[in-house]
Design a protein. Sequence first.
Lengths: 371, 371
Amino acid sequence: MRGERVSMSCRSADLCGATLVGVLGTATGIGAQALKDLQTPDIPLVLKAQGSFFVGGDKAEQTQVELGGLGPGGHITVNQMYVRYMVPQGGDGNVPVVMVHGATLTGKSWETTPDGRMGWDEYFVRKGHPVYVPDQVGRGRSGFNQALFNDVRGGSAPAGNLPPWLRFSDEVVWPNFRFSAKPGEPYPDSQFPVGAVDELSKQGVPDVSFGGLPTPNPTFKALSDLASQLNGAVLMGHSQSGRFPLEAALLNPSATKGLVLVEPGNFPSRYTDEQVKILAAVPILVVFGDHRDTPTGISSRPSWKLSFDGCQELIGRLKAAGGQAQMLDPAERGIRGNSHMIMQDKNHLQIADLILKWIDESVSKRAAASK
Amino acid sequence: MRGERVSMSCRSADLCGATLVGVLGTATGIGAQALKDLQTPDIPLVLKAQGSFFVGGDKAEQTQVELGGLGPGGHITVNQMYVRYMVPQGGDGNVPVVMVHGATLTGKSWETTPDGRMGWDEYFVRKGHPVYVPDQVGRGRSGFNQALFNDVRGGSAPAGNLPPWLRFSDEVVWPNFRFSAKPGEPYPDSQFPVGAVDELSKQGVPDVSFGGLPTPNPTFKALSDLASQLNGAVLMGHSQSGRFPLEAALLNPSATKGLVLVEPGNFPSRYTDEQVKILAAVPILVVFGDHRDTPTGISSRPSWKLSFDGCQELIGRLKAAGGQAQMLDPAERGIRGNSHMIMQDKNHLQIADLILKWIDESVSKRAAASK
């Protein structure tokens, strides 16, 4: 496989035509599809900076039992948010983009796709934007507060106090992420690389945020603080975190230069008129894939059409309040078959280009015009 | 802070003298030290490739309760290992280095240091090596198997069955990571950037690997498979994972081109003569910092000197079996004050250079000579 050239499914102007090279050796087993399938653009990535850091965090005093017993009681940090970043050479004057993942997932959502193509994180960097990818508080490299679990283990708290750890089964993912109505039988026009669905399964991690985090979710404040520290940023959320950019903007609207809500879930029209007025000051783009009528099999959200409709209603209210909000529905433009995991779909760079165009016109040029 | 130049604590030939530029905005609060303090070399990082993928993973069938209750029972993937990688432009012919983190930590250990300096991950890339940074199975972006926790919550398993979630308190970290014998009173020669110790605290995540993982730890096999898929790699472990490279090499010695054991913990001399014979075929470097007599305050390992002595004994056995094994003890060379978190110490690039020299001489040149 080393050196073999494979074609790249992309429609982007400056990356299209670029052949991709599998450079990273051969796979040895069923579980090894991902490394073998990694694709590499033949144009190198030139970074001014990359690395990681944390935003937020609270000191908590915990007992020996709560700390797992190896040492005496003491203090730890909880509720911190891990952030990985890449800044393109020459791009540190461009608006940064923060990409937040959805439920049962981590920042991995935005990295290399399940079938080995470039993730949106790198693509947005190649398009000139500094990119920041957090793990939500409570997940991935942000960790979680383990005290209650150890208290239950030690007998000082009842098991019924435990919050659930959520994961979506592979069977639920097919209809819920809208690859098809039935597991294993993809929609003929599905844009998701269903041959790599087992690699998507590996992206799943237990999610304690439905009952096991402080209220409000510390990620809201962390995102707001991150945007502020960056002197302004576009906040992009997905699915569970689709509304997080709105929550962060309500905390500090001036730091949020634009909001991109990708397939936001559980989206009631619950914002007050006062909140809508605040949000109307920020450019907002909502993005939804296709096949929104698919029954999810999850009773609390029977279909994604409900979220879509809720977003349309919010867009109407934002516009009525003088805001600049719009829906990006690729199906309306004849681009069919996009899934809930639109950032991993086969045409993900085509969708990214539409979002980048919106950022350019609605955020970057708007900021330049107001100077 | 934007554009302010700060000096870099480094002794590396080709990066020394490079000024570092803080490019990433200003901080707004106590919890925001990390972003403000990020330092950026003024030489851009040119990557042939970067991204992430998974190694390994098992399918598990779980009940609705075990999945957290949102959908019906079904299958998920568990025991997969997340890996982030960077390949330098022109470096894909050089030996890859895999860096595995220690207990209660994630791959973040090897990234940007708590006080904002370049991590070993980027430094080794800048020195020409493809670098692969996993999260151990059970932690970070690799996730863990949540079924038992949800079973206890649902009442179908007793709380006493729960494994502990381990975290080190900030107070324990000072003596255990050997910044000093007493919290807040660093050794005068301490190389750890103790002013940023609160940022180290944020790197902590709960660790279920002491009782909550399958036996043997799936990370051993995942590391062995990763090395094999890479057509050979140097495996570097730290602390808890200090012995993981040995375990991976025992599974497939030909795929491990070299082993770097950084401050390995809990190191009994338990390898059989047969195992030592297998390990003697692989070049091995053990690295230990200073102040190894510091009482850790943890009864199961009262001092790191015990681990150091265990490693010396193993090195003796490996040499007697014809192996090429050696101890790198910087204190012997007059480099004093290194901590357990040696990859984050102020002189971390100086230590890295010693390891890189060993890789060059004991792995790269050896491989070239045998061709």
